[in-house]
Design a protein around this ligand. Structure first.
Ligand code: TYD
Length: 205
């Protein structure tokens, strides 16, 4: 059986972890081995990089930030994702290179193309088989987070217009690669979104 690389993308509060858990359970019921992973912080080295990225309050230059996400990705792809795909597993990952293009590219000041090239260099050109984009108005995502959080990380704490640019960046990526993306309205009920995801993933199994 060949491996399958699925990624979930979307703004903070868009429901990626909920959908990831539902999809993982469904795939396991179908007898597939599922490896759950995430960026940043899916490896031991990544956990240290994640701390730097999310909880260091001092100024971080945009290129330094992009390189840290890329370093986290390089380690995750080399030690978690590729070995799992080679073993025939379904890798279900919370965030991948589209996060970098949307946050460090569209959100910050870097060129989205350059950020994408950096990410592809870090991952040795690994692209997902399918990317599920949970599209949501950032104000709604923020309101969902407000219920669950007492403290925001460095990116969550960015202003509303940053998160608007991230959303637009994601939608532009999906428009540019329609075959790789499944775009879903994340304000729909959880089970409707889960059904739509299963329908598409079933075509890839
Ligand atoms: P995430 O782990 O999804 O946050 P949480 O566990 O708090 O929901 O991601 C952390 C933050 O990192 C998130 O705000 C998005 C950002 N991010 C980037 O800016 N670039 C990237 O390449 C990735 C993977 C994440």
């Amino acid at each position: 059986m060949s491996g399958l690389f699925l990624t979930l993308e979307g703004g903070d509060g868009s429901g990626k972890s909920t959908q990831s858990a539902l999809l993982a359970a469904w795939l396991r019921e179908r007898g597939r081995e599922v490896v759950l992973s995430r960026e940043p912080g899916g490896t031991e080295l990544g956990a240290e990089i994640r701390e730097l990225l999310l909880h260091r309050r001092a100024y971080m230059a945009p290129r330094a930030e992009a390189l840290l996400y890329a370093a986290d990705r390089a380690q995750n792809v080399a030690t978690v994702v590729r070995p799992a795909l080679e073993a025939g597993a379904v890798v279900l990952q919370d965030r991948y290179l589209d996060s970098s293009v949307a946050y460090q590219g569209a959100g910050r000041v870097l060129s989205p193309d350059e950020v994408r090239r950096l990410s592809l260099w870090a991952s040795e050109e690994l692209l997902p088989d399918l990317t599920i984009l949970l599209d949501l108005d950032p104000a709604v995502g923020r309101a969902r987070l407000d219920g669950a959080r007492t403290r925001y990380d460095r990116l969550e704490a960015e202003r509303q217009d940053f998160h608007e640019r991230v959303r637009e960046g994601y939608l532009a990526l999906a428009a540019a690669e329609p075959a790789r993306f499944l775009v879903l309205d994340a304000s729909q009920p959880v089970h409707d979104i889960a059904d739509a995801i299963r329908g598409r993933v079933a075509t890839l199994l």
